[in-house]
Design a protein around this ligand. Structure first.
Ligand code: ZN
Length: 447
């Protein structure tokens, strides 16, 4: 076993790589919608974390690498001059692109690795279904949770590896390309348009996305941050109505969870139906079936928005802690209901609890195992754990805890122990018994 083979995460042993820290992804891509052809260059700035001459990226096998080149720097600590770009040897099989440097480098060396590649991107097959880059009827979608990012770019595909991104996507002119971050450039030449987005806040690879389709853009709100809804022209009226209350949601969640972590928020409604909405950083994607003009999916609108705090800004370091994303987003659905003249969180909690009593009680929420990672029982029981904590500590302590959690870990990587420790710091009520019962035992505690 080489050092590049040590698994980062037992839930996804094939994903993620050791030996370096990514400091920036720069994706310069061209996509032809007809024929589903993606080509371009990914330039990955990284720092090597131990002495070595090779390291790996995750990259799907339907993409073909033509060339890899490496240059040193910029490295402030190094006294060596920046060396010229050199070709690197590589192998690409079974989802791993292994790059061998022209010579060994020391820990702390900064490198820029340029990977030139092309192919027809296809979703990655996983035990959770197909994830990643997928063709739509007119365009494409990226839905990568948990391990689909390598279907479209070489990356260290694990959420503990967060980095800023710059994405340039050139595609056929009638299409709109929406990616994470701020649109900083848009130029049309002949029949193609290049869209450039910058995402300076660190982002996990599974949250990186490019959405391509025939979309109209609607500015839904400008306060507390700009909210844009991208939608097919035929769904203009429905989208305007269904996503209208997002600025109120943002304001309420801002009060409960702390300041919204990103400079803007966007929603894409695809012309196709989607099984479930998709979360991305600063952006959520809904299917046409989630946009009925009657706010029939508003629960999910709140859920996806809450992921901007819980999942996107504050991100798990191991997938076993998935409840730190999904339990919190599910509880946010109940909080939105409670704060918008709907049923209280207590009523939602008691309904969810009643449903869970009728289902098998064989899941440990704090470590559900890879197969049950996206089981609805993890979501609902995670939310119930939070509700139990709120009931035990009181509203002031509980929401103070949520705000401390999001501000102390803004753009960071977290685990359940960190949450429990912070919670205990902020209350005299001993919370370990509650945590053990809700998160680390299979039988469902009473509410
Ligand atoms: Zn979710």
């Amino acid at each position: 076993m080489t050092r590049t083979d040590v698994p980062l995460d037992p839930y996804l042993p094939q994903c993620g790589n050791t030996g370096y820290r990514v400091s920036q992804y720069d994706l310069d891509l061209t996509y032809k919608v007809v024929g589903n052809r993606l080509s371009g260059t990914a330039t990955i700035a990284l720092t090597v974390t131990d002495d070595r001459d090779r390291f790996a990226f995750d990259l799907g096998d339907t993409l073909h690498v033509a060339k890899v080149s490496v240059e040193h720097g910029p490295d402030e600590r190094s006294t060596k001059p920046v060396r010229a770009r050199r070709k690197a040897k590589f192998t690409h099989r079974a989802g791993k692109l292994v790059v061998t440097l022209p010579g060994a480098v020391d820990a702390g060396t900064a490198l820029r690795v340029a990977v030139h590649y092309a192919g027809r991107p296809r979703p990655i097959r996983s035990r959770w279904g197909e994830v990643g880059w997928e063709e739509l009827t007119g365009g494409s979608i990226v839905a990568s949770q948990p391990n689909g990012a390598s279907s479209w770019f070489p990356c260290n595909d694990h959420p503990s590896s967060k980095a800023p991104y710059r994405m340039s996507i050139t595609t056929d002119s009638p299409f709109t390309a929406v990616a994470n971050g701020t649109l900083v450039g848009r130029t049309t030449r002949a029949s193609r348009t290049t869209w450039v987005y910058e995402q300076p806040q660190p982002m996990a690879s599974y949250l990186a996305t490019i959405q391509i389709g025939h979309y109209d853009a609607m500015r839904a709100a400008s306060d507390p941050v700009p909210i844009t809804v991208f939608h097919p022209a035929r769904l203009r009226r429905e989208a305007a109505h269904d996503f209208d209350r997002q600025s109120r949601m943002l304001a309420i969640f801002g009060e409960l969870f702390g300041e919204y972590p990103f400079p803007a928020y966007s929603v894409v409604v695809t012309d196709d139906e989607l099984e479930i909405p998709v979360e991305a950083q600063g952006l959520s994607i809904f299917g046409s079936n989630h946009c009925d003009g009657r706010r029939g999916s508003e629960r999910l609108v709140a859920h996806e928005l809450a992921h901007q705090w819980f999942g996107n800004s504050v991100t798990l370091g191991q997938w076993r802690d998935i409840w730190l994303h999904e339990g919190f987003a599910c509880y946010a659905e109940w909080l939105w209901s409670e704060n918008s003249r709907g049923a209280s969180a207590a009523v939602h909690a008691s309904h969810a609890h009643a449903r869970l009593t009728r289902l098998p009680q064989d899941i440990v929420v704090g470590d559900p195992g890879p197969d049950a990672m996206f089981d609805d029982r993890v979501y609902k029981r995670g939310a119930l754990a939070l509700h139990a904590l709120r009931a035990a500590t009181g509203d002031d302590a509980f929401f103070g805890l949520l705000r401390a959690w999001t501000s102390e870990n803004r753009y960071g990587t977290v685990d359940t122990d960190g949450f429990v420790a912070l919670a205990q710091q902020r209350t005299d009520t001993p919370i370990r018994p509650l945590v053990d019962a809700w998160l680390y035992s299979a039988p469902l505690p009473s509410l």
